[in-house]
Design a protein around this ligand. Structure first.
Ligand code: FCB
Length: 443
């Protein structure tokens, strides 16, 4: 059986993020984030959703905690909203924002679920974006100050931390091609955002360590890059560099890959930056959804690759963009171990999951396709562990159907169905399936 391949102390978790579940964008001193600005751009979000009410977890976090307790997860990965805690990104804390996370943390601890927050999941203050956002080196200083406010208030009860969620998505989608906020289309000019996010990570690690944190890591999105044709080697190497290595190499080895060799500009590195960025971590977070197939670009441009649909695979609710290929996760984990060797700390799967078309109104969903997706990927993790990769935790994205960024409420990833107008929560068949798996693994 699947569960028997994961003897304790392997940990099971579920994840959400602040902007995607909290709703309540105004009030209690909350400031404006880049996502508040983005959802107000006419016709930008697919269904016009503004993330409200959605799951409304700002008011209904008690329901979330009850669902987590019922599921039997070891830990809950949620994120802190920078603009609830420090509305403009500078200056003192907003106590009402911190009070919210204080209550959530206490409720989790009462329920026997370890709080495992992410400091930042893409929703930085709009005021800081106007000062350059991640293109500005000063963002790392702001992030360190924000982290200090957080640890001062929560550090007595929260000991496990993720720093920045998926810096690759912020760089490539947020600043490179504009499919996530702040929706810039800078292509190659987006690259300094890599270094400034990694610097912010390094600064946050310092602050968290000084504040007594027990376990710190960074979750990045990683993909297995495949060639469409035999002669696509250069396209594969370049995409692998931009999606995977440009983030993982400096964190794990203290050096950027040779960017010049790929015709890319150097990173804005100052003395001491790489030592900070590569400070030892307790785990490395890998968020995995799908492999990526690339081919040589058909027309000359700054980048020598094109992303193409992976032929012959089933797909999720996103269509050909998100093929289903659990074996790619096994291969990716083994590649990581082979590539980084002893430099690789234990791995935590920080996100994995899939969306499928499901009804909007509150109903019990028999989501067999999601169960198959999760079972396949969890088995792939077991394969990797049996091949000698040190994986300690698996996290489902997501506990709840939520606001899926540019897709609004049209893509549902939850173990729990949410009616986004009433915020009613209804566990899906996958919730019961995951609960049974966890119970068996813990037995
Ligand atoms: C990840 C994000 C998460 C969610 C899932 C589907 O890249 O971290 O917020 O959107 O994709």
């Amino acid at each position: 059986a699947l569960a028997a391949r994961f003897p304790a102390p392997f940990r099971w978790s579920a994840a959400t993020s602040s902007f995607q579940i909290e709703g309540a964008r105004r009030g209690d001193g909350r400031g404006r984030s880049i996502w508040d600005a983005q959802v107000e751009v006419p016709d930008w979000v697919k269904d016009g959703a503004t993330a409200e009410p959605g799951p409304d977890s700002y008011h209904r976090f008690g329901d979330d905690v009850a669902l987590l307790r019922g599921l039997g997860v070891d830990r809950y990965r949620f994120s802190l909203s920078w603009v609830r805690i420090q509305p403009e990104g500078t200056g003192p804390a907003e106590p009402r924002g911190l009070d919210y996370y204080d209550r959530l943390v206490d409720a989790l601890l009462d329920a026997g679920v370890t709080p495992f927050p992410t400091l930042y999941h893409w929703d930085h203050p709009q005021a800081l974006e106007e000062a350059g956002g991640w293109l500005a080196r000063e963002m790392a200083d702001r992030f360190a100050d924000y982290t200090q406010l957080v640890i001062d208030r929560l550090g007595d009860r929260v000991h496990h931390w993720y720093t920045l969620n998926e810096p690759v998505s912020m760089t490539l989608q947020g600043y490179g091609v504009g499919t996530l906020a702040p929706a810039r289309q800078l292509v190659i000019e987006a690259l300094p955002t890599v270094h400034h996010q990694l610097l912010a990570h390094g600064r946050a690690v310092q602050v968290l360590r000084a504040g007594g944190a027990a376990e710190i890591g960074i979750p990045n999105n990683h993909t297995l890059v495949r060639a469409l044709r035999d002669d696509d080697g250069a396209a594969v190497a370049t995409y692998d560099l931009l999606h995977n290595r440009i983030f993982a190499d400096p964190i794990l080895t203290g050096a950027y890959p040779d960017l010049e060799m790929y015709g890319l500009p150097p990173m804005p590195v100052h003395d001491g930056d790489l030592a900070l960025i590569s400070a030892p971590l307790d785990f490395y977070g890998i968020n995995f959804y799908n492999p990526t197939t690339v081919t040589q670009a058909s027309s000359p441009g700054p980048l020598p690759f094109e992303i193409v649909p992976t032929p012959g695979l089933p797909v999720t609710g996103f269509g050909p963009e998100w093929p289903i290929d659990p074996a790619a996760l096994r291969e990716l984990l083994i590649d990581f171990r082979d590539r980084y060797g002893a430099a690789l700390p234990p791995i935590v799967i920080g996100e994995n999951g899939a969306s499928f078309p499901e009804p909007d109104e509150a109903v019990r969903v028999q989501d067999d396709d999601r169960i198959a997706y999760l079972a396949g990927h969890i088995a792939a993790v077991a394969d990797a562990i049996e091949a000698g990769v040190d994986v300690r935790e698996y996290t489902v994205w997501s506990l709840l159907d939520n606001f899926e960024w540019a897709e609004g409420f049209t893509q549902r990833f939850g173990l729990v169905h949410v009616d986004q107008r009433t915020s009613d929560r209804t566990p899906k068949a996958s919730y019961d399936w995951y609960r049974a798996l966890i119970r068996e693994a813990h037995a």
